[in-house]
Design a protein around this ligand. Sequence first.
Ligand code: CO
Length: 150
Amino acid sequence: MALRPIVKEGEEILLKKSRPVEAFDDRLGQLLDDMAETMYAADGVGLAAPQVGILRRVCVIDIGEGLLELVNPVVTAQSGVQETLEGCLSSPGKCGITRRPKKVTVTYQDRTGAARTITGEDLLAKALCHEIDHLNGILYATHVIRWQEA
Ligand code: CO
């Protein structure tokens, strides 16, 4: 495992769309391991591959309930609204209140390629939306309704 540098806001790669993962190999496993280590070291709750310079549809999330590894995630259902504080490891020292769905269902693949589904509410729903946005080149600022002093 290895820490990878986190790309900061202003870098063009964060605005690009990531490509689907097709090979569920050791290289993917290494990327997932490194992303988890990098996320934990930065005290984050989520990290997407473009944030470590890789334009692949991969993200990791841990809201304190264990590590989630999501490959090729897609939001398949959403409901409700939440307006809560949100930030991003690529934008240190900034945060804002965003408007997000309160509940989302996401289909994805695990590191072996097996199909999985997860439904998350509140913080998990926000994290899922935030990380999947990264895979589409969308930053959370798009969803900010009110900036806050960090
Ligand atoms: Co982010």
